[in-house]
Design a protein around this ligand. Structure first.
Ligand code: SF4
Length: 219
């Protein structure tokens, strides 16, 4: 799933929240400037998502599994799709089924907080859609086949709301923050387009042009 906000209703897409926590510049390049650069990591992620993206439902013992579930939360202005929502049979909750979102991620953990924020936003959607609390979910990391249980506690909920607000600000103001070069840039699919070492706020315009020409000479 890509794109900034839904053209129809102006909601912020769930995937943008993961990006804005990882790097605001990356989020703005993808969701404001509409730039996308595939690399091995995102290609691997797409393959992993391929399995989870097939729509459908199945039942396993006390769990119903729904795939590629469309989500939205009007109160917070977010929408998107969950890879998987499990419905755990539980007679103590309304309707007898407890929603439990599961987000699939490629093997190497790039930023677990960013992944948790995206998952928590899915929980906000499920809470509004089902009218019930969704206290937990899980992240599934493909390479390690590791499933991490995530509690949607107060701190994570607040961090998620902050990410939603910031992403909306970037979209509404068409703002692309300057680069802040950091180790995370090495795993960023947009590094060749972002040029973090020449577009950071400490580089003035003439330095930027000189460095850009130097880089193009090498290509
Ligand atoms: S290369 Fe670094 S600064 Fe640029 S978008 Fe990626 S993470 Fe952000």
């Amino acid at each position: 799933m890509s794109g900034a906000s839904s053209e129809a209703d102006n909601s912020v897409v769930l995937s943008a929240l993961q990006h804005v926590v990882f790097c605001e510049r990356q989020a703005a390049l993808i969701h404001v400037e509409r730039v996308w650069q595939d690399n091995a990591s995102t290609a691997e992620g797409n393959l992993l998502h391929g399995n989870a993206d097939l729509p459908g439902n199945e039942k396993r013992r006390n769990v119903e599994v729904a795939r590629a579930v469309l989500l939205r939360c009007d109160a917070l202005g977010i929408s998107g799709r969950a890879d998987v929502v499990e419905y755990h049979m539980d007679p103590t909750v309304p309707g007898g089924k407890q929603p439990y979102p599961v987000e699939y991620k490629r093997g190497k953990v790039k930023n677990e907080l960013a992944d948790k924020v995206q998952l928590c936003a899915q929980a906000f959607c499920l809470e509004e859609m089902h009218g019930m609390a969704v206290p937990r979910g899980a992240l599934f990391y493909g390479q390690s086949h590791r499933r991490v249980d995530v509690e949607f506690d107060t701190a994570l909920r607040e961090r998620t709301k902050t990410a939603i607000k910031r992403m909306r600000e970037l979209i509404e103001t068409n703002m692309v923050p300057p680069a802040e070069p950091a180790p995370k840039c090495r795993s960023c699919s947009l590094e060749p387009l972002c040029l973090p070492n020449v577009t950071n706020r400490r580089t003035n315009a003439s330095e930027y042009l000189v460095q850009l020409m130097h880089r193009e000479d090498k290509l």
